[in-house]
Design a protein around this ligand. Structure first.
Ligand code: BGP
Length: 478
């Protein structure tokens, strides 16, 4: 997999970056006027996370960002994807802003720009202000309006220096786990409420895109400014070529991919799935302006977070071939959506310690499938990485499996570019070791190790030096 060919497939303006999210990296959970988020509250409830770990301190990036940005500069990073903690800016979710919170992100942006590192901001990476959850969270239209206010505040304060923005990170996970499996806050298992909450997220996205266009029209965003949406990219393949497995796989694509990409790239839901949801649950309910808002506010790029593919098998009790055509037969009431198909393990595949299939080609395959459906959209690979318990050998962190993993995926990105996919940047998850939402600090992804027994000291891993070489050769040496 390691390739050292000297010519690069990657365009000269390709961005080599790395990604993080506020709750997972910042710490400072109640510092300087920050309000609590749903994750602050949820992770403090017994039994919700691995050994009760939480983001109270995380990597303490809130206090050490200068040291971290200096390490990014040393690695040669050209862009850094991070999220803004909404309750750090607006402790109540709306209303009065917290000056210290604004100052923190302003300083972080300036520090990045000092080294020529382009910030890429995610507005929402799951840490909803608890005050908004208390009034219904994403189930309430008030949260939609609060999100627009928050987005405008961010454009107002940081728009002069930041070109790359995305609204939301991964509806599949925060809605799926928040409202369908209950493993994330608000911890519900209620598809009806989840589908409506998800609809409100799309409307909030559309309103934030609309507001972004206003700022662009007034030249308050740098020329070349773009706004996108970040989604899980999880290609599905049928475990056999039986018609039942193929139909189940199509259903998985429709529910887990098209349902979540169509509204932001086509401005509408897949019709038969909308029909199924409305017949079964009576949702999503549309407000009069929703249809136009979705149609008129298509985003500029799609961010894809790729970690794994899923193999799909039929549930013998379900006839997806019927449901696939009109959405009218069978459907959610009996099977709760989830039962319409099954995720299965392929004994011939390689898996991580957390049972995620390692399948680098899926990065290319996934983008090709999206291009087939949505046309020639620009892609940023906004996350990709290997979660592992890294070995420490004689005081050094020798994370060869991570290097192999990333190298294979960069091969796949190169192959996508060679096949005409417009890939503009690559952001491995993560730059430094940070909190894994449910798995604590044992599942590491970073190029930089954090010694949690030694005052959170930073230490470069073997992959740090490897990635430095990737960036300096524009991906030719990998
Ligand atoms: C993505 C999230 C990230 C990150 C990553 C790794 O879904 O956007 O925030 O957590 O997954 O996941 P985990 O930490 O569960 O291994």
């Amino acid at each position: 997999m390691m390739s050292d060919n000297k010519t690069s497939t990657f365009p000269s303006d390709f961005l080599w970056g790395a990604a993080s999210a506020a709750y997972q990296v910042e710490g400072g959970h109640d510092a300087d006027g920050k309000g609590p988020s749903i994750w602050d509250v949820f992770s403090h409830q017994p039994g919700t996370t691995h050994e009760g770990t939480n983001g109270d301190i995380a990597a303490d990036h809130y206090h050490r960002f200068k040291e971290d940005v200096a390490l990014m500069a040393e690695a040669g990073l050209q862009s850094y994807r991070f999220s803004i903690s909404w309750p750090r800016l607006l402790p109540e979710g709306r209303g009065t802003a917290n000056a210290a919170g604004i100052q923190f992100y302003s300083d972080l942006i300036d520090e990045l720009l000092k080294y020529g590192i382009k910030p890429m901001i995610t507005l929402y990476h799951w840490d909803l202000p608890q005050a908004l959850q208390d009034i219904g969270g994403w189930e309430s239209r008030e949260t939609v309006d609060a999100f627009e206010q928050y987005a405008r505040l961010c454009y107002e304060k940081f728009g002069d220096r930041v070109e790359l923005w995305s609204t939301f990170n991964e509806t599949l996970i925060f809605i799926g786990m928040g409202y369908f499996t209950g493993a994330h806050p608000p911890g519900l298992r209620n598809p009806k409420r989840g589908i409506q909450a998800c609809h409100h997220v799309f409307i909030a996205h559309a309103k934030a895109v609309k507001a972004f266009r206003d700022y662009q029209a007034e030249n308050r965003i740098p020329a070349g400014g773009q706004i996108g949406f970040v989604n899980v990219m999880q290609p599905h393949d049928p475990i056999t070529d039986s018609p039942a497995d193929i139909a189940a796989c199509k259903m998985a694509d429709d529910l887990l991919t098209h349902w979540l990409y169509d509204p932001v790239l086509k401005g509408e839901y897949p019709a038969h799935i909308l029909n199924m949801a409305q017949l079964t649950w009576g949702v999503p309910e549309f407000a009069p302006e929703d249809e136009d808002l979705l149609k008129e506010n298509i985003c500029d790029f799609i961010g894809v977070n790729y970690y794994k593919r899923e193999w799909i098998a039929a549930n013998p009790d379900v006839d997806n071939t019927q449901i696939n055509t009109t959405g009218e037969k069978g459907s959610g009431k009996e099977f709760g959506f989830k039962g319409l198909f099954k995720f299965v393990r392929n004994p011939e595949s390689t898996y991580t310690d957390w049972d995620w299939e390692i399948y680098p080609e899926g990065l290319c395959v996934g983008m090709m499938r999206l291009k087939d459906r949505y046309g020639d959209i620009p892609f940023y690979i906004t996350e990709n990485g290997l979660g592992a318990k890294d070995p420490i050998v004689d005081g050094e962190i020798v994370d060869d499996p991570r290097i192999d993993y990333l190298s294979g995926h960069i091969d796949a990105a190169a192959s996508a570019i060679e096949q005409g996919i417009n890939v503009r940047g690559y952001y491995p998850w993560s730059f430094i070791d940070l909190l894994s939402w449910l798995n604590g600090y044992q599942k590491q992804y970073g190029f930089v190790y954090i010694d949690r027994d030694n005052d959170l000291a930073r230490k470069r891993k073997k992959s740090f030096y490897w990635y430095q070489g990737v960036i300096s050769s524009n991906g030719a040496i990998r």
